[in-house]
Write a protein that binds this ligand. Structure first.
Ligand SMILES: *[C@@H]1O[C@H](CO)[C@@H](O)[C@H](O)[C@H]1NC(C)=O
Length: 462
């Protein structure tokens, strides 16, 4: 029927059909790829086996990297949940999208219940742009871009939602009885700690399993409908209080935090194998990263590792900003690659649009750029417009002493190497040695030795 429509409709309409993904489907042209963004909460650069984490408990993510491309130089746009997520979905720096931080330590950037702000209507978010192009869109997990009605994800381009507008930590408003809603689409279906239990004492919760089922179900439905999809899987089990379901509790050598990582790793494995079983692997672009660095305030039992990098969440040191990042798209991205592209979470906005055949909005500044040259041709794009001190320069910037706490600046590899961390960073476009093994060889890998230093940089949660 759609075919006939394309024949009889006037020229202008045919053109419209042609430029939208729905139109391409109707005309039998190849469908644009599905997009699956896996966004972790407070997971650090050093948390995955493929990044050298010594207990090597992430076989599925390590395999994803071995089959795809690893980005060791990938950055968040802010070391906190809300501004980082706003940057991902808007393609813009937090200072532009309204989720900025002030000197009053991140207060403008959080969206706990006593804060009434959220994502401005003027921001054009990735799900709404993809939806206009014919994609089915869903968010699973944490939104964190405002909890008032006008900020609801379904008002900002998502067709479906299962999750919460806030973090599951808290309580934000009541110490005795946490009051954090969980939504299914428009409807509030319960609360964390009540209908959706999290046992803070034992760490038991089934939320990751629920989030996994939501994802698998959505993927199956879109496959049946032959509709391209955008799935934003924003799980929060690695954010303190960390949790895992019973089969994973106690399964890690890294404590409860490791249990949560293992359950997420297992879930990612299940999603990727479903894509394979459904024949969608080659038509689905998958990207894994985290919103900010590991929360050292929650370490060691409830926080992760930033590998050799200094400090963590809530700081703009490398540990707070540098993220694990893996891209997977069989037969499009050659397996086993390491890209030294300086990437940003904001690039996922522009890259996703490029995959859908869309151009970023022209009426505003977009800070992300497309990673497709890096992903598909192994090219490096100069990040001239983002000059953060210390990232590309060999020279360490001067930092006023009162702001440094007891951290030493270590954002350059030179400085890091100078402090005794011997990583065998491969030259650009290197292949990883083999599936599942870390991309630097074990002979040059040294265990993390900066724990004592890192612990001095846990910032107070004021
Ligand atoms: C998780 O699910 C299992 C199996 O349905 C159930 O026995 C258990 O009580 C649930 N745990 C929590 C914390 O909800």
């Amino acid at each position: 029927m759609a075919m006939e429509a394309a024949v009889v409709v006037p020229r202008g309409w045919r053109l419209l059909l042609l430029v939208s993904a729905a139109g391409l489907v109707a005309l039998g042209a190849p469908q644009p790829p599905n997009i699956l963004l896996l966004l972790m909460d407070d997971m650090g650069w050093g948390d995955l086996g493929v990044y050298g984490e010594p207990s090597r408990e992430t076989p599925n993510l390590d395999r994803m990297a071995a089959e795809g491309m690893l980005f060791p130089n990938f950055y968040s746009a802010n070391p906190l949940c809300s501004p980082s997520r706003a940057a991902l979905l808007s393609g813009r720096l937090p200072i532009r999208n309204g989720f900025y931080t002030t000197n009053a330590h991140a207060r403008n950037a959080y969206t706990p219940q006593e804060i009434v702000g959220g994502i401005p209507d003027s921001e054009r978010l990735l799900p709404s742009l993809l939806k206009e192009a014919g994609y089915a869109t869903k968010i699973v997990g944490k939104w964190h871009l405002g909890h008032r009605p006008q900020f609801h994800p379904l008002k900002h381009g998502f067709d479906e939602w299962f999750g919460s507008p806030n973090c599951h930590f808290g309580p934000y408003d009541n110490k005795a009885k946490p009051n954090i809603p969980v939504y299914k689409d428009w409807e509030m279906v319960g609360r964390f700690y009540e209908e959706f239990p999290i046992n803070v004492k034992t760490g038991e919760s089934n939320l990751t399993q629920i989030y996994l089922q939501e994802a698998l179900d959505f993927i199956k439905r879109q496959q049946a409908a032959r509709r391209p999809f955008f799935l934003y899987w924003a799980v929060d089990a690695t954010h303190a209080p960390v949790y895992a379901s019973r089969p994973f509790l106690g399964s890690s050598q890294r404590g409860r935090y490791g249990d949560a990582v293992r359950e997420i790793d297992d879930s990612v494995g299940k999603m990727l194998s479903l894509l394979q079983v459904l024949g969608l692997a080659e038509s689905t672009f998958v990207f894994f990263t985290s919103d900010n660095g590991a929360a050292l305030v929650s370490a060691p039992s409830q926080g992760g590792s930033n590998g050799p990098f200094l400090c963590g969440k809530q700081t703009t040191f490398e540990g707070g900003m540098r993220e694990p990042a893996i891209a997977w798209w069989p037969r499009h991205i050659p397996p086993g690659q390491v890209s030294h592209q300086l990437g940003s979470i904001m690039d996922l906005f522009t890259t996703s649009l490029a995959l859908a055949g869309l151009k970023p909005p022209r009426d505003r500044v977009i800070d992300g750029f497309s990673l497709l040259p890096a992903l598909l041709q192994g090219q490096l794009t100069d990040r001239a417009s983002t000059s953060a001190p210390g990232r590309t320069s060999q020279e360490s910037p001067r930092i006023p002493r009162r702001n440094t706490q007891s951290c030493l600046w270590s954002s350059t590899w030179g400085a890091t190497l100078g402090r005794g961390f011997r990583s065998a960073l491969p030259a650009q476009s290197t292949r990883m040695p083999s599936a599942g093994s870390p991309w630097w060889s074990s002979s040059t890998r040294t265990p993390w030795s900066l724990d004592s230093l890192s612990s001095t940089c846990a910032t107070r949660q004021s």
